[in-house]
Structure formats: structure tokens, C-alpha cells
Design a protein around this ligand. Structure first.
Ligand code: ADP
Length: 264
């Protein structure tokens, strides 16, 4: 894959052995309720980490904390080669922006701008936020749309697309930012069952290409195939984490067993 390919992940370099992202002691409350109780998370470069667990266990809040969409009260987030963002010291807007520059989020509800075309949605971040030349952003966007089978939909509006197509645009929009880390927040849970497969195929392909990602998902079979690490959360804590063969097939903790048992 050429370095100019907009789908190319970060090149390998001397710090490849260091994790891309390290989060330590993340705490977050909404009102009186502490929804994250000191979360640690390590994301090795090129790995896929899947967050699983019951609804309300804090998975989405972890994901949003990693890129500053939520601001935790305590804990640190550090990208390899970057500064440590320490949430206990009220990070500046600039520090939060530095987190956002590293990662891009794919949302459950797609979050596309309804009055903009597919192409306009994709180039919005690169042009408006990253100040990249528009012609370059358009050229990259067309390559990416082609890659997910939506080359012919560049001028369509979101309402003219199926949910699965809209989510593929959501993924392209994230890729167009050329992030180091992709964050997926239950990317298929708003889709009709017959549309889930196409979106999972795109995510699987990105994993194969070496993208680093953190994925909140209820699709356990998919997570089992695609993830290097499964993190099981319950009640705002990480109950256990490890490779799918351990956490999904041979869980140590009673809470994990119970959760998996309920899904069988
Ligand atoms: P999950 O992704 O595991 O379903 P979430 O991270 O979405 O869990 O939510 C964890 C808890 O935090 C839930 O009890 C949820 O209701 C609460 N919560 C999430 N976001 C907010 C918010 N913006 N305001 C108040 N409570 C919230």
C-alpha cells in the first residue's frame, strides 16, 4: 500500500513496540453516579481491542473519553510520541484537541450531516478542521468511497442511502481524517440485520490492513474473529481482559460467565 494511499495506516517506525494508546485510572461521573471507576486500557499499535459488557457498563463513555468527547475527572490518556493528557489537571482545549487529532469516531447513529452530500460529509473534517486543500480532500474521499463500494454515491444525500451505506460513509469520514486510531461505538446496532454484514466486512478489512481500533460491540462472534483483545466491562470497571480464546471461550470471572451465558 503506498504511503499516499488515504487508507494506509501509520507507517511502522522505531516506536512500534510501544502501545499506541495507554489510558490509566480513568474516572468519570455523571451527577452523583460514578460510571467509570478507574479504567486502565492499553491499545497496542495495529491491534483491535473490543469492549464488551452489559448495557450501561460504561463502554461508550470509555470510548468517548479516549478522544476527549467526554472529559473524565481523573486519569491519563497518552498516545505514543505525544504528551500525556492528565484529566485531574483540567486539560486545556489544546490538549483535548491533541487527542481528537489522533483518533476518529464512528458513531452508532452515523451522525452524518443530513443536508450535505456524501462527499461533502466526508471532506468536512479534512477541509474545515484540518485545513487540508479541498482538491486533495476530494480526491482522497473519492478513493475511500470507491473502496467501500460507494463511489457512485458521492453526490447522494444521506436520506437516499440505506443505513448500512450511511454507516460505510461514517467509516469513510473517519478514515478521511487519517487518524492513528479508529473508535467504533456500536457501529452496527442501529442497522437492520441484513445490513450488518457489509459494515462488519469493511471493519474486518481495516483490521486486516493493520488499522488500530477500539470497538464497542454486541457482535460477539465478530469480536471473537477480529479482536486481539477483549475487554469485558461491568458496572464501570474492567472485570477481565485478554485474547478472545480466554475471555469469550474460557472466562475466569463469574460476571463474565454470567454475561456470556445470558447471550447464549
Ligand atoms: P454502555 O456503553 O456500556 O451502554 P455508557 O457508557 O453509555 O454505557 O453509559 C454508562 C452509564 O452512564 C449509564 O448509566 C448511562 O446512563 C450513563 N450516562 C452516559 N452518558 C450520560 C450523560 N451524558 N449524562 C448522564 N448519564 C450518562
Amino acid at each position: 500500500m503506498s504511503p499516499t494511499d488515504p487508507l494506509a495506516p501509520e507507517p511502522a517506525d522505531a516506536v512500534i513496540a510501544a502501545p499506541l494508546l495507554t489510558a490509566r485510572g480513568i474516572r468519570k461521573s455523571f451527577g452523583d453516579v460514578e460510571v467509570l471507576k478507574s479504567i486502565d486500557l492499553t491499545v497496542p499499535r495495529g491491534d483491535v481491542v473490543a469492549l464488551i459488557g452489559p448495557s450501561g457498563s460504561g463502554k461508550t463513555t470509555v470510548l468517548r473519553s479516549l478522544n476527549g468527547l467526554e472529559v473524565p475527572e481523573a486519569g491519563t490518556v497518552e498516545f505514543s510520541g505525544g504528551n500525556v493528557v492528565d484529566f485531574s489537571k483540567a486539560p486545556s482545549k489544546r490538549q483535548l484537541a491533541s487527542l481528537r487529532d489522533r483518533s476518529a469516531m464512528v458513531f452508532q447513529q452515523f451522525n452524518l450531516f443530513p443536508h450535505r452530500t456524501v462527499l461533502e460529509n466526508v471532506i468536512e473534517g479534512p477541509v474545515q478542521v484540518q485545513k487540508r486543500p479541498k482538491a486533495e480532500a476530494i480526491a482522497d474521499a473519492r478513493v475511500l468511497l470507491e473502496r467501500v463500494g460507494l463511489g457512485a454515491k458521492a453526490d447522494a444525500y444521506p436520506f437516499e442511502l440505506s443505513g448500512g451505506q450511511q454507516q460505510r460513509v461514517g467509516i469513510v469520514r473517519a478514515l478521511a481524517l487519517k487518524p492513528q486510531l479508529l473508535l467504533f461505538d456500536e457501529p452496527t446496532s442501529a442497522l437492520d440485520p441484513e445490513l450488518v454484514g457489509d459494515v462488519l466486512d469493511v471493519i474486518r478489512e481495516l483490521a486486516t490492513e493493520g488499522w488500530t481500533m477500539v470497538l464497542v460491540t454486541h457482535e460477539l462472534a465478530f469480536a471473537s474473529h477480529v479482536a486481539d483483545t477483549i475487554v469485558f466491562m461491568d458496572g464501570g470497571v474492567v472485570v477481565e481482559s485478554g485474547p478472545p480464546t480466554e475471555v469469550l471461550q474460557n472466562p475466569r470471572e463469574a460476571r463474565t460467565k454470567q454475561f456470556l451465558h445470558r447471550l447464549l
